[in-house]
Design a protein around this ligand. Structure first.
Ligand SMILES: [Zn+2]
Ligand SMILES: [Zn+2]
Length: 240
């Protein structure tokens, strides 16, 4: 079976689990406050995982501590988004061939539904400079889906509600990805675009997508880049 088909099946399963699970949770006594609490936690995990995939492993915007590395790698497993190596190669191609032939998820190149369903175009080989230096990231890539499944079972044994949370974590991270790769490229216009305040609230800096394409190695992407200004230096980055 093609990798893109598997991705679409994964999407269908996790999105349905998230929607049905949330419905079940609310009809079984969840309060709005509880929901908000779990949502903040989920946003945080998604943000850190994204810092790992994008800011660290793809663009080498900062040098993480040992613990910072392990946290990012574990959170990447929790999201179920993609093995780190797959993300890095697709994203390097995206920067090299932005909005032209060879961009694996340029809106103009593949259209909205292929983007939303994870049916990206082929990637060309690229030298993954930072990824190549980190054996732990390569190990996680190799065992990614086994680790994801093991964690899923572990969470089920602790409390099945945690599995609903995992499905929501994936779905939320995926929706951010669609927002960024579609609207952050001006939809069918196909040009890097900065997104506004609402997106910033959830993306914490990744919304400055045009700035990012102009300066991919820059950790702080814009004025309100809370991830680059605070989250990364406080929690993940080696002190110099
Ligand atoms: Zn882009
Ligand atoms: Zn990038």
């Amino acid at each position: 079976m093609k990798y893109t088909t598997k991705t679409t099946i994964k999407l269908a399963i996790l999105f349905s689990t998230a929607i049905v699970g949330l419905g079940y949770w609310f009809t079984h006594g969840a309060t709005l406050l509880e929901f908000l609490l779990y949502f903040v936690l989920l946003s945080f995990v998604s943000r850190i995982a994204n810092a790992g995939y994008h800011r660290w492993l793809t663009h080498n915007q900062f040098e993480p501590t040992w613990l910072g590395r392990k946290i990012m790698l574990y959170f990447m497993v929790l999201t179920g988004e993609a093995p780190p190596g797959h993300y890095v190669i697709a994203h390097l191609n995206h920067h090299k061939y932005t909005d032209e032939e060879g961009d694996p998820h340029g809106p103009k190149q593949i259209g909205f539904w292929n983007l939303a369903l994870g049916r990206y175009g082929e990637t060309k080989p690229a030298f993954m400079r930072t990824y190549a230096r980190h054996k732990d990231a390569q190990w996680v890539t190799e065992h990614y889906w086994r680790l994801y499944l093991a964690n899923w079972i572990l969470f089920a044994l602790i409390d099945p509600y945690l599995n609903i949370w995992l499905a929501c974590l994936f779905s939320w991270s995926w929706l951010q990805m669609i927002n960024l790769n579609w609207r952050g490229h001006g939809g069918l216009q196909g040009t890097p675009t900065n997104l506004g305040r609402i997106s910033n609230l959830f993306m914490g800096g990744e919304n400055y997508h045009k700035n990012h394409h102009d300066n991919p190695g820059e950790l702080v992407m814009g004025k309100w880049d809370t991830t680059g200004k605070y989250l990364v230096p406080w929690l993940l980055q080696k002190k110099v």
